[in-house]
Write a new protein. Structure first.
Length: 98
């Protein structure tokens, strides 16, 4: 299997993003997620945390101190996530479940 077809297969297995809002935050809490991995992207889908066009949240069940230093994680109960869930304007925030 070539690298391209392997990557294509991996992308096909990924679920479609859903808009992040108060109801989605409640679903994540009910399902036992403790953190989200935060990824910010530009219009051309490059990672960019300074001037992003949209943000992807990936819900995770992490033990305290189990995060790597290379990624950005936020507690599911953080004020930041609550603000994003209730924002009517601004950067689009999506949730992708693995």
């Amino acid at each position: 299997m070539t690298e391209y077809t392997s990557r294509q297969k991996e992308n096909n297995n990924q679920k479609a993003p859903v808009p992040f809002n108060g109801k989605e935050l409640e679903k994540m809490i009910e399902r036992g997620f403790t953190h989200v991995q935060v990824s910010a992207y530009t219009r051309d889908k490059s990672l960019d945390y300074v001037d992003p066009h949209y943000i992807i949240l990936t819900p995770l069940k992490l033990a305290k101190g189990n995060q790597t230093g290379l990624d950005i994680y936020e507690s599911i109960h953080s004020e930041l996530l609550l603000n994003w869930a209730n924002a009517e304007e601004g950067i689009k925030v999506w949730v992708v479940y693995l």
